[in-house]
Design a binder for this molecule. Structure first.
Ligand SMILES: *[C@@H]1O[C@H](CO)[C@@H](O)[C@H](O)[C@H]1NC(C)=O
Ligand SMILES: *[C@@H]1O[C@H](CO)[C@@H](O)[C@H](O)[C@H]1NC(C)=O
Ligand SMILES: *[C@@H]1O[C@H](CO)[C@@H](O)[C@H](O)[C@H]1NC(C)=O
Ligand SMILES: *[C@@H]1O[C@H](CO)[C@@H](O)[C@H](O)[C@H]1NC(C)=O
Ligand SMILES: *[C@@H]1O[C@H](CO)[C@@H](O)[C@H](O)[C@H]1NC(C)=O
Ligand SMILES: *[C@@H]1O[C@H](CO)[C@@H](O)[C@H](O)[C@H]1NC(C)=O
Ligand SMILES: *[C@@H]1O[C@H](CO)[C@@H](O)[C@H](O)[C@H]1NC(C)=O
Ligand SMILES: *[C@@H]1O[C@H](CO)[C@@H](O)[C@H](O)[C@H]1NC(C)=O
Length: 412
């Protein structure tokens, strides 16, 4: 009986595979895209749009095992930001659960806690110079835990951006014991331990970055693929204000006492290439193969690429300027070897994520108002060309993959 049902259901499915992606835009929308493959060609189609994280969605954190999407509204012109929660579904529909007011300017969030115990989300607030934490529940309804607000004794050297602390990202270390928060205004990466029961954060000694570098985002790397306190661990920090990538060897202090950092690498995000004036790198990720580091560059206009409108109007041969993605190969001593500068196929790649296989990169192009899917060689790390693209209303701020439904639609 079970097998019969399975056969009937399977025979009704079209001969395509589907993967969902969620896209945040400052225009107020969270859009679900369906990425489909038919006979070797990819297509990106909009399947659902919600305004329930309006007015200014800035970040998405997916809790895939629980089927919950957390969306941050930066509130660019309002006193407060907000945290909106949605439940996900295979057909791309997002069901809104909650919109809860926060300190101003949330721009990044990370899940923390333990799978079997208390679980939370920690948010970095750029405008509010704060970190806030929230307890998660199975019904996707969050409750407030803590606010931590920071002050700056002296403004930093880049006066228009370093007038105050600006928390720009929240990430966990590979063991899940610490939360790190790069602060673009204060030139530090803050380090917090937390209580596994009540989820309260305790601040530890921060990583002090180069003055004026403007730490924006960061990524951990375990070269041997194993995470533990004694395991070889590196941290790479992107400096938005001086267009740098700095690598540190990370040492765990005893008894949950925090982390210490010693610098092993520092270069421009362009490696040995000449760094364009005005470049402002944004996102940094270690690719799933664990061998390459990818960084997005904004406002560098390193490339000229074919006009994306040419298919609709082949007579229009205007080329467009494009920003870029840098790929470095990571060496086991923490140093980096510059590997490739690839076009991002548009302007301001504020955010990107790879799929689980690491052979596709979804890029959120803020100023182009587009998401592009780029191919990627898992072996060499080289990125490009464009496999699919779709226009999104307004400025794109984040794009995340939800591959849970790609293969498991029948629950087998
Ligand atoms: C699939 O793609 C191949 C190679 O491009 C082509 O020869 C073939 O006709 C296509 N099949 C279908 C059903 O479109
Ligand atoms: C999906 O998007 C492709 C272009 O990427 C387009 O050719 C196709 O018609 C769209 N399909 C649907 C069902 O809208
Ligand atoms: C969510 O809450 C924020 C902060 O209170 C508010 O500004 C925003 O309009 C709300 N969004 C929606 C869609 O209700
Ligand atoms: C909203 O912002 C104001 C001004 O920063 C602050 O006093 C208030 O506590 C915030 N509300 C919430 C719920 O964070
Ligand atoms: C969410 O939790 C709050 C208490 O923090 C409660 O007032 C509210 O009714 C809950 N909402 C849902 C949808 O469960
Ligand atoms: C956090 O801040 C908000 C607004 O500033 C306030 O409403 C809330 O009570 C604070 N929560 C804690 C735990 O301090
Ligand atoms: C972009 O770069 C140019 C120099 O090429 C610079 O004048 C401009 O201020 C930069 N824009 C931003 C928003 O950083
Ligand atoms: C040609 O393409 C450019 C770049 O995408 C676009 O800005 C312009 O509006 C297009 N012109 C026409 C006539 O379609």
């Amino acid at each position: 009986m079970w097998l019969q049902t399975l056969t009937i259901v399977a025979s009704l499915l079209p001969f395509t595979t589907a993967t969902n992606l969620y896209v945040a835009s400052y225009a107020g929308t969270v859009t679900t895209l369906s990425l489909t493959e038919t006979n070797g060609s990819l297509a990106l189609n909009i399947t659902h749009v919600t305004q329930d994280c309006a007015p200014n969605p800035s970040w998405l954190t997916l809790d895939q095992p629980h089927g919950v999407l957390y969306c941050l509204n930066e509130g660019l012109t309002t006193l407060n930001g907000s945290l909106s929660t949605f439940t996900t579904s295979a057909n791309g529909m997002l069901t809104h659960v909650q919109n809860i007011s926060t300190i101003a300017g949330p721009v990044s969030g990370v899940l923390y806690g333990s799978a079997s115990g208390a679980r939370g989300i920690a948010l970095a607030h750029y405008a509010g110079a704060a970190v806030s934490t929230w307890r998660l529940a199975d019904d996707a309804n969050v409750t407030r835990v803590q606010n931590l607000t920071f002050t700056l004794g002296q403004p930093g050297p880049v006066t228009d951006r370093q007038d105050a602390p600006h928390e720009h990202e929240a990430l966990t270390d590979p063991t899940g014991q610490y939360i790190l928060v790069p602060d673009l205004g204060a030139d530090v990466v803050r380090v917090f331990s937390y209580d596994f029961n009540n989820l309260l954060l305790t601040e530890k000694n921060p990583l002090r970055a180069l003055s004026g570098s403007g730490p924006r985002h960061a990524a951990f790397w375990n070269p041997y693929g194993i995470a533990c306190e004694g395991c070889t661990t590196f941290l790479y920090v992107v400096g938005e204000l001086d267009s740098s990538v700095t690598g540190y060897r990370v040492t765990y202090l005893p008894n949950g006492g925090g982390l210490s950092f010693s610098q092993v690498w520092r270069s421009s995000t362009f490696g040995y290439l000449v760094q364009p004036v005005g470049n402002a790198p944004a996102e940094i990720h270690v690719a799933p193969s664990n061998r390459h580091l990818i960084i997005s560059n904004r406002n560098d206009t390193s490339f000229t690429v074919p006009n994306p409108n040419a298919n609709a109007n082949p007579a229009n041969t205007t080329a467009i300027p494009s920003d870029s993605l840098s790929t470095f190969t990571m060496n086991v001593d923490g140093t980096l070897s510059f590997t490739q500068l690839a076009p991002a196929y548009g302007s301001y790649p504020r955010h990107f994520t790879t799929n689980a296989a690491g052979n596709l990169v979804a890029v959120g192009l803020q100023n182009s108002g587009e998401v592009v899917i780029l191919s990627r060689s898992v072996y060499t790390g080289s990125v490009g060309p464009v496999m699919a693209r779709v226009e999104i209303e307004g400025q794109v701020t984040a794009v995340v993959w939800d591959e849970e439904y790609a293969l498991g639609r029948l629950g087998v």
